[in-house]
Design a protein around this ligand. Structure first.
Ligand code: 9WN
Length: 442
């Protein structure tokens, strides 16, 4: 049953208010990102939520990840949405009858017992599992938590590194903006422009019942999202072989720095998990280091002072500065000059607001209110705060942490906020905002 979140309730401390959001969004086995806008389980949301939940209940945090992993497909993919069967079909679009995972996804090993989407989201899960374990190693060992999740996480990484290496260089590609998680980032404008939108009359958006249209993607964006997802479904979620840009291949294929940085950070975490389970973890650590080299070689742009996406179909780097190009700061093995340049770019004219914007403050497409085209988000802020700390910029990390805690609490744990003023946008009572605030408060 839904517990209404009341943003007017200001009693207690930021910690208590954040905990209350997570309690209200807990379904018994996982957490919805937002009761109204996103009433199912989302993949990378659950990773971030588990990172915060571990401070309230390590058991709930483990359960969050276990529920998601139970919906993993036979080919290793973790679907971006796991649908709650008790939620009406028209509460969210695209719904299970669009994805048809149990029929269209059968060849790829979609689960029979639960309905899911067929695309993926950024692989933050192994990092989350490791952090959750560390919060209560005794409980984790007693429940065999890591031993149970490790093979699933390893299969997930295997899927991304083999089936999704569409560029052939070793990095994972995304084939839909929803996979990268920053849905309408201006980084996708050029690669998406080649996609013929599905006609507006063929689908009905549910998001506009809960979100202001000027804060959300446009109808034209949605037409293209629907086309890409429907084409993938109609191919039974089969991934094209590496290097294949032919007729059966995806119209949209991008190598994204944030997605790959999270994969590498999670590979480091898997190395630690392997060690905890009695193996050496050496091969995984070596792979994470090798992939860091590939990421730099392939996506680093010294003139921009940041990483840029690579459009595999249009050829070459996408000349837009999205926050995704700063997220690799998270990686410990980054060359010194690259890390230093990222720290400078974060404070410079393109990103230097009170809170880190999702897109270039000076970019032509910048819009402080529209979703991933300018507003500040708390998951990317959390990753950058961690990155600043990893590379010794602790005063900047402290300042970002304080600004985020303040903005999260004052906005009623908004989904995203104006990067200059902190004004709330999108949903309030948003789970990862509350969860990551809890983590920053520790
Ligand atoms: C599509 C759940 C998700 C986040 C994404 C965010 C938004 C969905 C949507 O909400 O995307 O997956 O319907 O707009 O962009 O990052 O995981 O919170």
């Amino acid at each position: 049953s839904a517990v209404a979140y009341d943003p007017g309730a200001r009693a207690g401390t930021p910690h208590l208010r954040a905990a209350r959001v997570l309690a209200g969004n807990w379904t018994g086995t996982s957490t919805v990102p937002s009761r109204a806008l996103y009433p199912h389980q989302w993949s990378w949301d659950s990773g971030f939520v588990a990172i915060g939940l571990r401070h309230l209940s390590p058991l709930r945090a483990q359960t969050e990840l276990e529920t998601l992993l139970a919906a993993q497909w036979g080919d290793g993919r973790i679907p971006h949405i796991v649908f709650n069967p008790s939620v009406p079909l028209d509460a969210y679009f695209p719904s299970p009858d669009f994805w048809r995972s149990s029929t269209a996804g059968r060849a790829a090993g979609a689960p029979r017992t639960v309905q899911t989407s067929g695309i993926v989201q950024p692989p933050v899960h192994a990092l989350a599992a490791w952090l959750v374990h560390r919060a209560d190693p005794g409980l984790s060992r007693a429940r065999g938590f890591l031993a149970r999740v490790y093979p699933r996480l390893a299969a997930w990484h295997r899927y991304l590194l083999h089936r999704r290496d569409l560029g052939g260089a070793g990095l994972a590609s995304v084939i839909h903006p929803w996979e990268q998680g920053m849905d309408n980032s201006p980084c996708w404008d050029a690669p998406l422009a080649r996609v013929t939108p599905a006609p507006a009359r063929t689908f009905r958006r549910a998001d506009l019942a809960h979100g202001a249209p000027e804060d959300r993607p446009t109808d034209l964006d949605y037409g293209r999202y629907v086309r890409l997802a429907a084409d993938y479904r109609d191919r039974c979620y089969r991934d094209a072989p590496a290097g294949d840009a032919g007729a059966g291949a995806d119209a949209f294929a991008v190598e994204d720095p944030a997605f790959n940085a999270l994969l590498i950070a999670s590979e480091h975490a898997l190395a630690r998990i392997a060690r905890e389970l009695g193996a050496t973890g050496t091969a995984r650590r070596a792979r994470a280091e090798r992939l860091t080299g590939v990421l730099v070689e392939r996506l680093w742009q010294p003139e921009a002072g940041m990483f840029l996406c690579r459009d595999l179909r249009g050829g070459g780097p996408v000349p837009e500065r999205g926050v995704c190009g700063l997220v690799p700061l998270l990686l410990p093995g980054l060359p010194r000059d690259v890390a230093d340049a990222l720290v400078r770019t974060l404070a410079g004219p393109h990103f230097g607001a009170r809170l880190v914007p999702s897109y270039d403050l000076l970019g032509e497409a910048f819009d402080p209110h529209r979703y991933w085209r300018g507003p500040a988000w708390f998951n990317t802020g959390w990753l950058l705060e961690r990155g600043l700390r990893t590379h010794g910029a602790s005063a900047r990390a402290d300042a970002l942490r304080d600004a985020m805690i303040e903005a999260a609490d004052a906005s009623g744990f908004a989904e995203y906020v104006d990067p200059h003023t902190g004004e709330a946008r999108g949903a309030t009572g948003f789970s990862w905002t509350a969860a990551l605030t809890l983590d920053l408060l520790q």
